[in-house]
Structures are given as C-alpha cells and as structure tokens.
Design a protein around this ligand. Sequence first.
Ligand code: BJW
Ligand code: ZN
Length: 250
Amino acid sequence: MNGTMISNTLIDRLANARLVVAFTGAGVSAESGVATFRATDGLWSRFKPEELANVQAFLANPQMVWEWYQARRDVILNARPNPGHIAIAELEELVPKVSVITQNIDGLHAAAGSSEVIELHGTIRKNFCQSCGKRYDDDALLTVEDVQRCGCGGMIRPQVVWFGENLPEDAVTLAEERSIAASVFLSIGTSSVVYPAAGLPLIAREYGAYLVEVNPEETPLSHSMHETIRLASGEALPEIVARLRTLKSA
Ligand code: BJW
Ligand code: ZN
C-alpha cells in the first residue's frame, strides 16, 4: 500500500504486536525545527555530510567543525519534542513493548518520554577526547565557542559517529536483536542511505515484521516496505495512535 491513507491492516498488526520498533531519522525532528541532512533546503545542502562528518575534516579544520556542532547544539538544546516524538512515546500505553532505534543525536525521543532509546549515531549532548578517549560530559562544553583541548593535548569532539567510524557496539547488537524480534517495524523520517543503520529494516522484514515507511518522500527502501505512508511524521503518528486507541477501547 502506498499513499496518504493509513491502512486498517497496520492498525490490526499494531493491536496484535508484541514488539514495535520505531526506527527514526532526521525527518522525525524536522517539525521540532532541527534541520535534516539531505533536504535541498536542509542545513547541509551546501555540504555533503560525507565531507564534513568525518575525522579527517575535524583534524584538518577543528574550529570549523566545532562551530558547526555548536550552532546545531544551540538549536537542539532549545528544541522541544513534536507530535511525532510524543506519539511514539504514547504507543507504549497501547502495545506491550516499544523500542526506539534512532539515528538522531538530539535526545528528543527521551525528552518525549520513550523508555528504550537506542542511539546508533551517538549524542550531541556529550563530548570526548579525539586522542585519548577521555569523556567530557560537562554541559559547559555545549556552549563554548572555541574547540577545547584535553589534558593530553588532544582535541575534544562531540560524541557522535562520523563516516568511517564504527557505531557503538552495544547499540548495534541491541538494535539487531530488536529488529529480529519486531512484529511491526516503522521506518520514520530517514532517507535510508546511511549504513549499517539502513540495513535494519531489511533484517526486520526477513524475520517477519510488518514494514512501514513514514516519509513524505520515496527512499531507496520504499519498495521493500509492506506499506508506505507519505505524510509528515507529526501528522501520521498521532493518527496511528488515535486509531489504535479507538480500536483497543472498542
Ligand atoms: C520527513 C519529514 C517529516 C523530512 N516527517 N519524514 C556502501 C555500503 C555500505 C556502507 C558504506 C558504503 N559506502 C560507505 C559506507 C559506510 C558509510 C555509509 O553508509 N555511507 C553511505 C552514505 C554510502 N557508513 C559509515 O561510515 C558508518 N560507519 C561504518 O560503516 O563503520 C564501518 C566502517 C569502518 C571503517 C571504514 C568504513 C566503514 C557511520 C555512519 C555515520 C553517520 N553519521 C551521520 C552524522 C552524525 C553526527 C551528526 O549529526 O553530525 O549521521 S551522517 C547523517 O546521516 C547522520 C544521520 O543519522 C544519517 C542518516 O540521515 P537521516 O537521518 O536519514 O537524514 P536525511 O536528512 O538523510 O533524511 C531525512 C528524511 O526525512 C528524508 O527522507 C525526508 O524526506 C524525511 N522527512 N521531513 C517524516 N516531517
Ligand atoms: Zn585526551
């Protein structure tokens, strides 16, 4: 199924689900004012993310990359969860278990009240030393203008995953486990081009999940979906929750 309608099949699947996975990307935070990466009007439209979000770019021009993250921190620390994040959190009242697997680094799923949030690409709310790995969780670093040095002389960087870097192993292991066990797998607001994250829907499908994409635009994985909902997440997800609530209370 493809379109702006949300099928009864999806609502039935959710009503009988044991585990629902909400797999999210930047699109779910767009309605909170956080720019996506690959939209033509997105913050990254002047740069390819592959060129900026890597350790070579940071080592070649640490101040530029640091300023880029400080500007995004300024937006993210002032952003609030939107109806999409809130609907995902509310789904927990209606199904036995919901697992949020996110590529986002903004922390807005936790802010909305989701209880299990697996952060595949780290968090912008923390830092660590590029040279020795020492952690810097101090909030003050989230607003300083200049890139800071560690006691070891190395440069302090955000705790996010750049291209060419491995994803946190615990997060990947748990995300794969949840994808395998998912009854319904909702892929929400992601362009589905960055791996290994984009491989998770295919794992879920192979193990029997009902696969749904919520995205106004087509993606390379659209054709692998059982259902595609071409709506903004802040529109589609509250409607899904409302219809499930009605079915459950009938
Ligand atoms: C809405 C909406 C609304 C708008 N409602 N929807 C070939 C095969 C396999 C892998 C590779 C390969 N070639 C290279 C690789 C590796 C590489 C990769 O995948 N590259 C591809 C680009 C080709 N991957 C990696 O390097 C990863 N690590 C890895 O593989 O380690 C092993 C290794 C080690 C050594 C060498 C090589 C490999 C790491 C990936 C790290 C990604 N990091 C970033 C930056 C994080 C920090 C930061 O934020 O600055 O993560 S890049 C960026 O992309 C960010 C995102 O999490 C990620 C995904 O983007 P996302 O979320 O999908 O956003 P958009 O903007 O692309 O899409 C938004 C969508 O929302 C759009 O579709 C809109 O339509 C939609 N939308 N409004 C619903 N209201
Ligand atoms: Zn250090």
